[in-house]
Ligand binder design. Structure first.
Ligand SMILES: Cc1cc2nc3c(=O)[nH]c(=O)nc-3n(C[C@H](O)[C@H](O)[C@H](O)COP(=O)(O)OP(=O)(O)OC[C@H]3O[C@@H](n4cnc5c(N)ncnc54)[C@H](O)[C@@H]3O)c2cc1C
Length: 316
């Protein structure tokens, strides 16, 4: 059996941030992910200046395409407004691979199916042993399912469904646009132009509120692509969207059991106003690593529940 100080299930931003901090502290860790990297991840790829600060790099140091917006163009129903403040967009295909490599951790492609807690640590699929276990497997985290779900089921009202596509497109309008509550959507739709001729468009909303109206996300996706065509933002593209669910931050009562930690989407940490999950994933991964290195407490109440805080408007 392969033995490590820490096993991390999931190589997304939560898992990589955790691994990087653990490696800095001298821990031997292994990241297991079901997919080889780079891998596709449905995500608009919007990151705040705080994410860049938390990850300790500057935009100039990022080796892939990074778009910087000096403001966001927002529509609140019929009211257009411009929200000033520097924001960024990356492609998750590139960003997650870069974070994983930068963590310096060992990585294996392996889909974790069975988790066994022993008195000394954790065994995954009879093959890997770790003193500590970090569940960074996203919404469908096997650690959440095995150790936490029975006592702490997900709250229905906290579930977001999002549908999106990222594709090469010779966009001409380089402004980031967000449409809130349009056509009765309990959420928002986006148009995010990216570096190197890519475009990400999508729509997301609360599952429970959509269901109460007898709707699903596909209706709003169709509305969005027709709108993009009418506004002349996208013409003639044949769409092949992906959808995915994840959870807003409703304070999961338990995020650690013994030496097993939930981080990122596995703990349900997306902000209540914007569904921003990359920043919370990175903060929680780092906090879990520090709790392991310092043999300290693991608490997630310092993670902001809203994206639109005053810090949103400050550039690094
Ligand atoms: C359409 C959409 C748009 C979004 N847009 C934004 C945005 O613009 N900005 C933002 O901040 N957030 C956004 N989010 C949320 C953001 O994508 C997530 O919150 C973020 O990816 C969480 O990171 P994570 O590391 O916790 O999980 P993930 O990035 O989901 O990584 C989890 C990893 O675990 C692996 N895994 C899962 N199960 C297993 C298993 N059994 N064995 C091994 N590996 C496993 C997966 O393959 C995956 O690589 C969006 C989400 C969606 C769905």
């Amino acid at each position: 059996m392969k033995k490590y100080d820490v096993l991390i299930i999931g190589g997304g931003p939560a898992g990589s941030a955790c691994a990087r901090r653990l490696r800095q502290g001298g821990a031997r860790c292994l990241i297991l992910d079901q997919h080889p990297f780079p891998r596709q991840k449905p995500c608009a790829g919007w990151i705040t200046p705080e994410v860049i600060t938390d990850l300790d790099f500057t935009p100039a140091e990022y080796p892939h395409g990074l778009t910087t917006f000096s403001s966001l163009r927002i529509s609140l129903g019929c009211f257009p407004l411009i929200l000033p403040g520097r924001q960024h967009a990356i492609r998750r295909y590139e960003f997650d691979h870069w974070l994983l490599e930068r963590s310096g951790a060992r990585f294996e492609v392996h889909r974790v199916k069975e988790i066994t807690a022993t008195k000394d640590g954790y065994i995954l699929d009879g093959k890997y042993f770790g003193d500590y276990l970090v569940g960074a497997g996203g919404t469908h985290s096997p650690l959440y399912r095995t150790l936490f779900k029975a006592d702490h089921p997900r709250q229905e009202g906290a579930r977001i469904v999002a549908m999106e596509e990222e594709f090469p497109y010779p966009w001409e309008d380089g402004r980031c646009r967000l449409w809130f509550f349009e056509n009765g959507l309990p959420g928002y739709a986006w148009y995010v132009p990216k570096a190197d001729g890519y475009l990400n468009v999508g729509v997301g909303g609360t599952v429970e509120k959509l269901a109460a109206k007898g709707e699903n996300i596909k209706t709003h996706w169709q509305y969005l692509i027709e709108k993009l065509e009418k506004l002349n933002l996208v013409q003639g593209h044949v769409y092949q969207p992906f959808s995915h669910v994840y959870y807003l931050n409703r304070n999961l009562p338990e995020v650690r059991r013994g030496n097993a930690f939930l981080v990122g989407d596995a703990a349900g940490l997306a902000t209540l106003d914007m569904g921003e999950g990359i920043g919370p994933a990175i903060k929680s991964g780092t906090l879990a690593a520090e709790a392991i290195l310092n043999k300290g407490d693991y608490r997630l109440d310092s993670i902001p529940k809203y994206s639109f805080l005053p810090s949103f408007l400050t550039a690094p």
